[in-house]
Design a protein around this ligand. Structure first.
Ligand code: ATP
Ligand code: MG
Length: 601
């Protein structure tokens, strides 16, 4: 599918949601709205100012876990649409479930959205407003809405057992059966519902149901439950309520109270849309809400290979100690991606590139890494690090220079700096001993090998040309030292040998000024590309080699990195100074990704 580019926003690919918004703006669908900015106050919709925000979206997580890369897609979509259309995206906690919700999650969710580069403030005609909302602040309104439905004969208290209710709901081929409680009068239902509210009935003994149609082909319209009894302390409302609204009832009301224009959710809610519309239309008829009510639109959720995006399963990995916490760099949580070294820009770019459609599909993990490389290629400072060190001794050093001499060397931190920016310069020294990668020496070179082997010349990158003379080995035959000599420039008689042609330049770090670093080499957490698809046990495909720690040597500029600073380690890939464990002088780096795709077969 080659979506045409939208002229008004040249770099934003068009998608079906933009098409819908364009149409609504053109037709003035929401132009009559009034906004007073106090959702939950029943009057606010009827008394406000004309709504200057043409487009209002929302991001409505339940604060029961940390956000993951799937949420990032939803965040970029909802906040991105609001940004591009000059509207606002509401940050809303869908905290209608008293269990499982915690302040820790609220804090981390806000932090993650901000880190990704988005905010929930609007500024219309100089009036600043903060659009951070909690669904639990609407409990009073939701309760009134429930009573209004009861009064209109559109809801009833059902005292069937959960088993009876399930049995009487029918299935795809069988229509449901009316509950014996379905024909109670509004007065009887109201009295019962108030008893529920007042704590006179046990948890689970009865529910309030919408009265729609037990024979509806869409099972979601067969009198869905809208309120249940649950004696649980809520993080926001405490013990005020012992009845709580069901998600399917609460969510449309939240959207309507906040005057959302486009309520965007994932495809699994498609079958709920008829109830969403039914509820809001009835409440509008009853005078509790204003038309036009919000409309729900569905898009395909993000499925990323080698990744699970279920909060419950991610929590299991944390709780069982499979990973080292929510922000373990192997976790697909936003805090994990951040600690791993992915940038907000890369994640936004990734979300733009994967686009928004209604067709379910799997995105290859390499798409995220490519976005990261594209973001960091010209931004991340280069540096040399030796991850599998063996010592190289320049045996003629004292003759050419003097014993202990250190030759200053420099290289640009940015070989291709962005326009208008001058590259900073990295300083390091070359001495008699340097660290090189073990794989850069072969006593007997395989065919085509261009690096160090006896008799071959290479350049030490940013330093001199050297010629390999041999090596020293331990009793097991393992190379302990590689030997070489500095090559003299035959014309000038000085070391440097710029006129000597060599086929390879190898990376290195001086023994004198290199700094030992802990480097964490991360790989995919699962070996199966679709770890939990089709109900598979995702723990069965855990990658035992997802984390490897090596002691590396890094050049001085890397050792002085600030926590969270990203680098390209020449030839190795992108690395980040760990935001928790790294201190300048005692470096700790995480590998974000290599320089080339390693995700293919
Ligand atoms: P989980 O199923 O992992 O618990 P959730 O969907 O229940 O996640 P919510 O807190 O309800 O988590 O999600 C907030 C928003 O993020 C919702 O609008 C939801 O549609 C969206 N979202 C969640 N997962 C994905 C995904 N994989 N791709 C795109 N959007 C997602
Ligand atoms: Mg969900």
């Amino acid at each position: 599918m080659n979506a045409p580019l939208d002229d008004s926003t040249p770099h934003k690919p068009s998608n079906f949601l933009r098409g819908i918004i364009d149409r609504d703006l053109e037709q003035g669908t929401y132009a009559s709205r009034r906004w007073a900015g106090t959702p939950g106050d029943a009057q606010h919709q009827l008394s406000g100012q004309p709504d200057p925000a043409k487009v209002r979206t929302r991001f409505p997580p339940e604060p029961n876990g940390y956000l993951h890369v799937g949420h990032a897609k939803s965040i970029c979509l909802n906040f991105g649409l609001a940004r591009d259309y000059g509207g606002v995206c509401h940050m809303r906690f869908d905290d209608t479930n008293p269990e499982k919700e915690e302040q820790e999650y609220v804090d981390s969710i806000l932090d993650s959205v901000k880190w990704l580069g988005f905010g929930w403030q609007s500024n219309f005609n100089g009036a600043q407003q903060d659009h951070l909302y909690y669904a639990s602040n609407y409990f009073d309104f939701m309760y009134r809405a429930a009573e209004a439905l009861i009064g209109a004969g559109l809801a009833y208290v059902d005292e069937q057992t959960p088993e009876e209710m399930r049995a009487n709901r029918g299935d795809f081929t069988t229509p449901g059966k009316d509950s014996p409680f379905r024909s109670r009068t509004p007065e009887q239902n109201l009295a019962r519902f108030r008893e529920m509210r007042d704590g006179q009935h046990a948890d689970g003994s009865m529910v309030l149901r919408a009265k729609i149609d037990m024979a509806a082909p869409n099972i979601n319209l067969r009198d869905p439950a809208i309120y249940r009894i649950r004696r649980a302390t809520h993080h926001n409302t405490g013990d005020k309520w012992c009845i709580y609204p069901m998600y399917t009832f609460a969510h449309p009301i939240e959207d309507a109270l906040e005057q959302i224009t486009h309520s965007i959710c994932t495809l699994e809610f498609e079958d709920q849309r008829p109830f969403y519309d039914w509820l809001l239309d009835r409440l509008a008829e009853l005078g509790l809400l204003q038309q036009p009510t919000p409309k729900q639109y569905e898009f395909a959720r993000l499925n990323l290979t080698y990744v699970i995006t279920s909060k419950r399963k991610l929590k299991q990995l944390v709780d069982e100690g499979t990973v080292e916490g929510w922000d373990d760099p192997r976790m697909p949580t936003i805090v994990g991606l951040r600690r791993r070294g992915y940038t907000p820009e890369a994640i936004q770019l990734f979300c733009e590139r994967i686009g928004v459609t209604k067709a379910d599909s799997w995105i290859d993990y390499s798409t995220l890494d490519i976005a990261l490389r594209d973001d960091l290629e010209n931004k991340a400072h280069r540096g040399m690090a030796v991850l599998d060190p063996v010592k190289l001794v320049l045996t003629n050093w004292a003759d050419v220079f003097s014993n202990g001499h250190l030759e200053p060397c420099t290289l640009p931190a940015l070989p291709h700096p962005p326009e208008g920016i001058e590259s900073p310069v990295r300083h390091f020294t070359l001495g008699q001993e340097v660290w090189i990668e073990r794989e850069d020496f072969e006593e007997v070179p395989p065919k085509g090998y261009k690096r160090l082997f006896p008799g071959n010349k290479v350049r030490l990158k940013g330093g001199y040309v050297i010629e390999c003379t041999g090596c020293a080995k331990d009793a097991d035959g393992r190379v302990t030292e590689v030997h070489a000599t500095v090559v003299h420039d035959t014309k000038s008689g000085t070391p440097g040998a710029d006129s000597v042609k060599v086929k390879a330049a190898i990376t290195w770090v001086g023994v004198a000024d290199g700094v030992a670093a802990e480097v964490r080499l991360y790989d995919r957490l699962f070996t199966d590309a679709q770890p939990d698809a089709g109900g598979k046990d995702f723990l069965a495909s855990l990658n035992p080699d997802s984390k490897k720690i090596v002691t590396a040597f890094v050049e001085p500029s890397l050792a002085q990195a600030a926590p969270d600073q990203k680098f390209q380690f020449e030839r190795h890939g992108y690395f980040v100074a760990d935001r928790k464990d790294h201190v300048a002088g005692k470096p700790v780096f995480n590998r974000v990704t290599g320089l080339k795709d390693s995700w293919g077969k």
